[in-house]
Design a binder for this molecule. Structure first.
Ligand SMILES: Cc1cc2nc3c(=O)[nH]c(=O)nc-3n(C[C@H](O)[C@H](O)[C@H](O)COP(=O)(O)OP(=O)(O)OC[C@H]3O[C@@H](n4cnc5c(N)ncnc54)[C@H](O)[C@@H]3O)c2cc1C
Length: 471
């Protein structure tokens, strides 16, 4: 079957990969001139990469790891030491670490918490462990039920002190969702914690060895184009045109630079665009259907990704860092953590600014100035004084609507990949799957959409064994 997929992010590309495995012919339409959507990256005039987002991969990403294995590119993940590292703004220049020993889960994570005395008191550790018991005992059902509470509310209900929330979990919430604990659904943090507590290497972090566009997206495209699929860049979907019975008649592609619009006809159609774009392109007759009505309850969250190139090296940590700053979320010295960005003499910090709602409309200069001020607080010994490290150049990438805003109650609004329209499917990290708004979620959603399409066509085409999602 010919399957037209709008959206060349990880969800759309993964969907195409698994469709060719099942014997179908995918045609991916990407509106921009770059692959990857939220993982897209570009080179500046000096040949240095800059990205939509600083991306960390986790051991608890089974579908991403399987995909990379199937593509023969799993060696492109640079696995780091199994540890989570936090800045200590109250003791500038020092870090607090949760070192996870190589023993079975959940004892490895428990040991890392027990051994950290900078950020949690014994009383807080015990209260938090007791608070987590229902999630461990009652599993995912409990985790889903807690979607009605913000993470702050959940902590309060478990009797966990304010400081636990203010210290460790602000950093975790900002890293996972780009919002603060009082705004984020407790399901998000509990899901992540559950994965980390159940899998020995679940919280182990890896960085890709180069830009995601080149090192991850391109191999997926090579895979499905070598097997009969197609990708078309600069091909924005303009309209989903319907038959009288409400099914899709064709996709209308907007003609760019004066070219005429173009009709793309297929057997099956997939939207792998962000939820914000899908809402705008939902055909009028579909808007009364529950599944499409639900999309109105979802909206992308703003986030900003910053790149700062310095004239000297001033960190030596080969890992993702949690800044614990109001302005910033996670960051990394990419001159150390990422092979293709390596520089033995000069640091390049890539940082996520979140929550970004008050910053997204500010100028790049204002954003950089505020970030540098914050870094001076974290690294006074390097950025202040007589011979401070100097900023050589910078790049700001703003995404006003990124992954869906994971506020309480959102789980009920996330649509399945199958829709009431027989020849139309959804993919995207916002759709319902267990891995939230992440790269793993995008990959899993694309795979689930391909599975649903193959199920529908059973009889004409067989479903291969390797098209099974990994729990
Ligand atoms: C700053 C930042 C940091 C992040 N950090 C992490 C991390 O560390 N770990 C992690 O797992 N995840 C992280 N994420 C989340 C992750 O990047 C996303 O969840 C994932 O990439 C989403 O993929 P997607 O395919 O669902 O959607 P998208 O990437 O949004 O893809 C949608 C695609 O549709 C295209 N499109 C839009 N309109 C049209 C149209 N009309 N016609 C055709 N195409 C169209 C877009 O151009 C885009 O390519 C981060 C995201 C950001 C922004």
């Amino acid at each position: 079957m010919r399957v037209a997929i709008a959206g060349g992010g990880l969800a759309g590309l993964t969907c195409a990969k698994y469709l060719v495995d099942a014997g179908h012919t995918p045609i991916v339409l990407e509106s921009r001139d770059v692959l990857g959507g939220l993982v897209a990256a570009w080179k500046d005039e000096e040949g240095d990469w800059y990205e939509t987002g600083l991306h960390a991969f986790f051991g608890a990403y089974p579908n991403m790891l399987q995909l990379m294995k199937e593509l023969g590119i799993e060696d492109r993940l640079q696995w780091k030491q199994h540890t989570l590292i936090f800045n200590q703004p109250e003791k500038p220049g020092t870090y607090s670490r949760f070192d996870v020993p190589d023993i079975p889960a959940p004892f490895n994570v428990i040991a890392s918490i027990v051994n950290n005395n900078d950020m949690l008191t014994w009383e807080q550790k015990i209260r938090f462990a007791i608070g987590l018991l229902p999630a461990i005992v009652r599993g995912q059902k409990y985790v889903e039920d807690m979607d009605k509470y913000s993470f702050s509310e959940w902590l309060q209900r478990q009797g966990v002190g304010e400081r636990v929330s203010s210290d460790v979990f602000i950093a975790a919430c900002k890293a996972l969702t780009f919002i603060n604990p009082e705004e984020v659904s407790s399901t998000i943090l509990l899901t992540a914690l559950n994965r980390f507590l159940q899998e020995r290497y679940g919280s182990k972090i890896a960085f890709l060895d180069g830009s995601p566009t080149e090192r991850l997206c391109q191999p997926i495209v090579d895979y499905f184009t070598e097997r009969g699929g197609e990708v078309r860049m600069n091909a924005p979907l303009k309209q989903i045109v319907l038959n009288e019975d409400g099914t899709v008649k064709h996709f209308l592609i907007r003609g760019l630079e004066g070219a005429a619009d173009e009709i793309l006809t297929a057997d099956i159609y997939v939207s792998a665009m962000s939820v914000d774009v899908m809402k705008v392109l939902t055909p009028e007759p579909w808007k009364q259907m529950d599944l499409f009505k639900k999309l109105e309850g979802l909206e992308g969250v703003p986030v900003i990704n910053l790149h700062l190139w310095f004239d000297r090296k001033f960190t030596d940590i080969d890992q993702l860092l949690f800044s614990r700053s109001d302005l910033l979320s996670v960051y990394a010295d990419m001159s150390i953590t990422c092979k293709a960005y390596e520089d033995p003499d000069r640091s390049m910090l890539e940082l996520v600014l979140a929550p970004a709602k008050d910053w997204i409309d500010k100028s790049d200069e204002e954003i950089i100035a505020a970030t540098m001020k914050e870094l001076e607080r974290l690294f006074p010994q390097h950025l202040c004084g007589e011979n401070p490290v100097k900023l050589r150049k910078s790049k700001v990438v703003k995404t006003p609507r990124s992954v869906y805003t994971a506020s309480p109650g959102r789980q009920a609004y996330r649509p399945t990949q199958e829709t009431p329209i027989a020849n139309f499917f959804l993919a995207g990290s916002y759709t319902l799957q267990r891995y939230l708004g992440s790269m793993e979620g995008a990959v899993l959603s694309g795979k689930m959409a391909a599975e649903a399409i193959s199920r529908q066509s059973i009889g004409s085409v067989s479903t291969p064994k390797d098209l099974q999602t990994v729990a």
